[in-house]
Every structure is written in structure tokens, then in C-alpha cells.
Ligand binder design. Sequence first.
Ligand SMILES: *Cc1c(COP(=O)(O)O)cnc(C)c1O
Length: 499
Amino acid sequence: MKYVSTRANFNRVNSAEAIKLGMVPSGGLFVPEQIPLIDAEKLVGLVGQGYREVAREILGLFLTDYLPEEIDECIQRAYNDSNFDHPDMAPLSKLGDSSYILELWHGPTAAFKDMALQIMPHFLSQAIRKLGAERETVILVATSGDTGKAALEGFKNVPGIKIIVFYPHGGVSRVQELQMTTTDGDNTFVVAVRGNFDDCQNAVKQVFGDEAYNRFLAEKGYELSSANSINWGRLLPQIVYYFWAYLDLVGKEAVSQGDKVNFVVPTGNFGNILAGYYAFRMGLPVNKLICASNENRVLTDFFATGKYDRKREFIKTVSPSMDILISSNLERFLFEVTGHDGRKISEWLGQLNTEGQFQVDENTRRETGHILCAGYAGEEETLETIKTVFENYGYTVDTHTAVGVKVYEDYVRRTGDRTVTVLDATASPFKFNRAVLKALRGPEADTGKDEFEILRELEQLTGMEIHRGLQQLDAKPVRHDRVSDKGEIKRDIEEILGL
Ligand SMILES: *Cc1c(COP(=O)(O)O)cnc(C)c1O
């Protein structure tokens, strides 16, 4: 299996190289040259198997330059009971008549990013070992809140690797901030950037794309890589849980083998839903992938009109991990729906960069509609949904998952589609506790309370145990307090590396 650039501007590489590089040095993202198919027979054989077995099957199809033992080792180190607090890793439970919730937040940091970031550092270490390393790897991460901590936990104390995380100052929840700033490990660094997530992501992408700067770092003995979902190693492990959820539905006799299902995905950078798309292309029976956005509805508009327009106000919402106007992984999706037209992709993404927008042709837009539906939920609707889900089902969702539930309800009302549907739950409700408590108890419910009082109140109210990754956060010392301007990230990197 080889990997190519979405912009037809780089040679073919194997998976270890794609993972080590993170993104294509001249701009563009690595994608599999061909999407492997999984045969139906194999799929049947996986019903009733554990998460690790499903992972072994799927990962092996893409990481053909890794030995099966190497993949196994990565799986064992990632998906075990010291990292995940549920034996299924991603348990599936029934919500309504034909809807199921896939809880993707049982990893150490309480959001779905753990599903990939617990294993991706091991892929990378293996890649470095296989390819040989003359230089130390520096992982740069831009985060809207959840990736940062998940990456810090995944890469903490991994030999030969340093990790620097950039998050928007004042743009993440208090719990998210404390999760990051209290991280230990002597190879971890955290920087608060005065700006929003897009500023962080753009700054990091610029550093990746700056060839002269990369030469300078190389001379000093460093080379950059990425743990954002622009890295193929981040995306790949997410494909697994789409298969896992389907197999579990078959095992529970909620569907028969071969029946199609829908997936609803709370979306920001388009990474999670793209993994669902790859699963579909591999042969998973999918009816619709439903892309749910918050008020930063750039994707909803794009799928409705074919015009991607990031020139709009950036809105801070109660689902901050989806506050994104540039959804990086859309590039990979467009590469697929245009039949690998790298020239078109370069042109569109170039326009996005220079003019802040691009328009796809009608053919492409129609093509996306076969598999993808999109919608968005406003702030009030999101909070209202948390409340109604709790009242109707006795189940507590976080703000991001609530966006998905609301968009799904609208979808059912609009289409009458009763296909069995899996809703991705992307964070534990405890992670966004303030908003969740207000949704359940009214707008004044949090007045005068710190997040730790709120956590305890929520625990009592919902009967759920506080996620173990969030316990005792208030007792840990803050170890990272660097704040900087968005134009200064090169200086931060140099200071941190001691250059
Ligand atoms: C990152 C994140 C999302 C968005 O996922 P993408 O892959 O960026 O689309 C949604 N919800 C939560 C809780 C997240 O952390």
C-alpha cells in the first residue's frame, strides 16, 4: 500500500514515511493510493470479536510495511484497561427505537481523540525505528482543546520525541486548559496563543510548509511531525470504530449482516467523519454519513451550495472542539469524490488560502450528496437537546454529542429515514460540565461555582461517575504557563528547543 499527496506534488511513500512526515512537505495530505476492500466473509468472521481483533484486521490492510507483530504491539500498548475504562474501548448502547450511541470517550482524556492518539505515537515510534532517525522528532500540535491533551498523554515520555501543543488562549474550557497545563513528562510543552484555533492551526501549518525553516531545524538536529488529523496515523485508527460499531450491531441483532446503517458525526476538522467515509469505501454498509456542525456552519453551507467560504465571523460556542472554519480533512474527501484529481484540489485549496473561499463544480457537489448529509445546531438548540435527551432517555450527552443528536432529529423529521443509526458521542459530559449543568438545571445553575464543584454536582445529578481523567485535576500543579502571540510560534519553538 502506497500513499500519495492530495495535491499531486510528491512521490509515493509507504505508510511509515507518511506517518513520520505528518503532512506532505510541499503542502497537501497523504492518502492511500487505493482504498482496500474488506471482504464480506471476513467481516462476518469478526462479529463477536473484541476491539483489538477488529483493529488488527483493519490496520493491517493499510500498514502493509509494518510487520503484523509490530501492529500487534501498538494495539496492545494502546487499547488496554490501564488506558481505557471500559473493556469494549468504545461501548455501544441503545438510545431510541432505532438509534445507538457509540461512546468514544473512555480513554484517558475523556474525548474521542484518545481512540487515535493512544495508538498513533506507537505507529510513529515504529516508523522512526524502521526508517532510522538521525534527528529528534518534534511533534507540533494545534488544538481546539481535546487533541492537545490526548496528544500530550500519548507522546509523554516517548523516547526520541518532543511534543509542543498550541491552544487558543481563552478559547478552551477550564478543564481542558488544566488537563494540558498540568501535564508532566519532560518532553511535553504547552503554549497558549493569543488567537483562535484557526490561528493556531494556520501558524503550525505555515511552519510545516516553510522549507527554509525546516532546513534550519534539520541542521540543529530536529525534524517536525504532526499529531493533528492531517497525519494519516491519526485518521487510520478512527476507521476501526466504524467497523466495530457495525459488528456490535450485528452481534446485538439490531441489524442483519449487510443491512445499511447511518452514522452521525459531530464535526470540526472533518477527521472523524472522513474515517467513516473510508470505512464505507472499504465496504462497510453505510446509508448516510450525517455531518453535524455547530454555529460555525461552514460545512453545512458547503454541502448545500458547493461553495466553501471561511470569510465569516468565528463564533465561540458551547461545543468549542468544533469551533473551526477551516476543516483540513475536507481536502481528502474532495480528493476521493473527484476521482483523485490532484490539480483541482490544489487549485481549490490555493483559492481558500488566497481568497478565503472556493467553489466546487456541480458534479462534485452532487457526488458528495450520495453519501453525505449535513446540518447544524444553534446554541440554544444544543442545550435544549441535552435536557430532552436526559429527560427522555435518562442519558447524559456532552455539548458536541448534543449537536449530533439535534442534527439527527432534524434529519429524521425531514427525511422520515428510519435506518438504524449510530450517533458518535465524542466527549464525556463531564468534560464540558459547565454547559451541561446549565442545560440540565437552568442558566444560573453554575453561578459562583468552580468546575470541580460542578463536576461533583453533575455526578450526583446524572448518577454517572466523574470520568477518571478528570478527577483530582484541581490538585495537580500547573507546569506550563507560556502565553504568546500568534506570529511568534517560531520563537516559541526555538526557545523550547534551546536553539
Ligand atoms: C475534535 C472533536 C470533534 C471534531 O472532530 P473532527 O475530527 O475534528 O471533525 C468533535 N467533538 C469533540 C468532543 C472533539 O474533541
